[in-house]
Design a protein. Structure first.
Length: 317
């Protein structure tokens, strides 16, 4: 019989050590790739324009300065744009959480005709790019007929009644309130997964106590799905805050939003001198880091619920 050259008592700790080294090295590499843009923005934001291309200045500024943040926030009117984006984000997030939870509850806990077809349509919206609906949505919101009411009035007046909501906040609130806002399909899927996996004993006990379906949803189900509520709110904030396509398409009357303005800043250095370009570059990094900072803070407070949601979304009971 062939004998082991290395005893098993020695081989096992070595294998565990190599596995741990490989695992932590892989995690460190992936983490570095994830946080590198944030580190780059922060260090470049704290660097003076004259020393931006100096050796070693990309990660460790020789002299840290916060003037880039002050100048960029004044020059690019950060608070003016952030106010509009914040209003859109908060309003649409509240609507998305309420409506998508109701849709997910009805699909996850009740059986009715067309349920599977409805759920399939919800899943289809996840893979459908928003760009495919950009043109018809623009036309629809430009001549909005109040869900057909304007056409009915037109039967008596001879002219269809329409209003233009393309450049108003209703352009964003209306889809979110109807469950078809940004990434609403993902939110409904998360809610449906949580509601479908909750024990039926809770629902049956509530019915015995005389609770109505809505009371069961509000008093029994909602308090038990805190992780998915926080996760959906977190994702909705990120999607709406970072959105530029839909917001830029609307051209709001109340003023421009944040992300379309930041994307347009890449054209500012055309025709500028060398030092002007360097100053614009470091200020561009500063305003980008400032715009991302609220999302970092929100994620830091909500990451525990996010991880718990991902862990429980595929479990039963």
């Amino acid at each position: 019989m062939h004998k082991r050259l290395i005893p098993k008592s020695i081989l096992s700790p070595i294998a565990n050590l190599l596995y741990n080294v490989f695992r932590y090295a892989l995690l460190a590499g992936v983490s570095y790739l994830a946080i590198f843009p944030i580190i780059k923005m922060l260090t470049a934001s704290l660097t003076e324009a004259e020393t931006y291309y100096n050796s070693g200045a990309n990660f460790i500024p020789p002299v840290a300065t916060f003037q880039n943040f002050v100048h960029s926030m004044q020059y690019f009117k950060f608070f003016e744009y952030a106010k509009v984006t914040g209003l859109i984000t908060i309003t649409c997030t509240v609507c998305s959480v309420i409506v998508c939870s109701l849709v997910g509850y009805s699909i996850g806990r009740y059986k009715f005709k067309g349920r599977n077809l409805l759920y399939a349509c919800v899943l289809f919206t996840i893979i459908m790019p928003i760009q495919t609906a950009q043109l018809p949505l623009t036309y629809y919101y430009r001549w909005f007929d109040l869900f057909g009411i304007g056409k009915i009035i037109g039967l008596f007046t001879g002219e269809t009644v329409t209003i233009n909501i393309l450049h108003s906040l209703a352009r964003f609130i209306l889809p979110a309130a109807l469950g078809v806002g940004l990434r609403a399909g993902i939110f409904i899927f998360l809610f449906q997964s949580f509601f479908a996996n909750m024990p039926k004993d809770l629902e049956e006990a509530a019915k015995i106590d005389g609770c109505s379906p809505f009371k069961i949803y509000w008093k029994v189900m909602i308090p038990n799905i805190t992780p998915v509520l926080v996760t959906v709110a977190l994702l909705s904030i990120i999607y709406y805050w970072n959105d530029s396509l839909v917001v830029d398409m609307a051209k709001l009357d109340m003023g421009p939003a944040l992300m379309p303005q930041i994307e347009s800043l890449t054209e500012l250095n055309i025709g500028a001198g060398y030092m002007d370009q360097m100053q614009l570059k470091v200020e561009y990094y500063a305003i980008m880091f400032t715009s991302v900072l609220p999302l970092i803070i929100v994620f830091m407070f909500g990451q525990r619920f996010f991880v718990e949601c991902m862990d429980r979304s595929g479990s039963k009971g």
